[in-house]
Design a binder for this molecule. Structure first.
Ligand SMILES: [Fe+2]
Ligand SMILES: [Fe+2]
Length: 283
């Protein structure tokens, strides 16, 4: 956390959010089942995350749309448009990624149906304010994990280049729009207690859901009870790259009363990524 709340709000207001249609040369032919360092744990972990995205991101778009009538600031309204474009494209790309996983006999259709039903249930039973609080919590998770993807070379080491390119692009856009849902929440809802209570619930749900989908994939591969795979899990979370160890303190920042996502200023990552000369069509 390197900025005050005031500085963070100023940064947030200055961010332009562009929808980018990427020109991925996605050639699935040569991608191995364990595309991430030939490691079953890491590959199935990322695959499980990918399965959360298409419906999850639709839920985020709905939650922001359902609260935007409280927003009058034209810059934030513009950012909402960019946020919706970005999440729509992410959902589309991850749906293709998930379809690709079917080649390994993973029950993707069943998982997607389950996710769809849950989204309908959430929309029916939870108020727009609660769904927006969920969105803010999950956007915090995606932002702090995206920071790892973009800054921790141990995290991306061994990824198949095509998947790596896709995950880096998603991480960049998650960084770029990390405060949009949060800024809408502050204007439309504002409750600190709803925000942190929801974060606690979402943390349990998110960890449970990711682990469940990952366990299904490992079960299908006959690897669920392989001690080596479990050891790779411990290493992944706590040693190298040490995902949990590295994101823990960023995660806790969310519980501060004066938290804002741009208190953690990592705009230089956006500039670096653009400077690499990425090919995309702005939409
Ligand atoms: Fe996204
Ligand atoms: Fe997002």
């Amino acid at each position: 956390m390197n900025n005050s709340l005031e500085q963070a709000q100023q940064i947030s207001a200055s961010i332009d959010i562009t929808g980018r249609k990427m020109e991925f040369d996605f050639e699935p032919g040569d991608i191995p089942r364990y595309w991430y360092g030939n490691n079953a744990f890491k590959s199935t972990f990322m695959n499980a995350l990918s399965c959360l995205f298409p419906e999850g991101e639709r839920m985020f778009m709905d939650a922001v749309r359902d609260n935007q009538q409280c927003v009058t600031d034209p810059q934030l309204l513009q950012q909402i448009k960019g946020f919706i474009k970005q999440e729509a494209i992410h959902g589309h790309e991850h749906a293709q990624y998930n379809d690709f996983l079917k080649r390994w006999q993973y029950p993707i259709d069943k998982i997607m149906n389950f996710e769809k039903k849950e989204k309908v249930w959430l929309k029916k039973w939870l108020s727009p304010a609660r769904r927006l609080a969920m969105t803010c919590a999950l956007e915090h998770f995606t932002a702090i994990m995206a920071h790892q993807v973009l800054t921790n070379p141990d995290f991306t080491e061994g990824m198949h280049p095509q998947f790596k390119e896709m995950w880096r692009w998603h991480a960049i856009e998650e960084t770029e729009h990390k405060a949009v849902a949060y800024d809408v929440y502050q204007q439309a809802v504002g409750s600190y207690w709803l925000r942190i209570y929801t974060m606690l619930v979402v943390t349990v749900m998110f960890c449970f859901r990711t682990s469940l989908f990952q366990a299904i994939f490992l079960w299908k591969d006959g690897q669920l009870f392989n001690p080596k795979v479990w050891w790779h899990g411990v290493k992944f979370y706590f040693l190298k790259p040490g995902l949990v160890r590295n994101i823990w303190s960023d995660y806790l920042d969310y519980f501060r009363r004066d938290f804002h996502p741009w208190m953690h200023d990592n705009r230089e990552l956006l500039q670096q990524w653009e400077a690499e000369g990425q090919k995309y069509k702005a939409v």
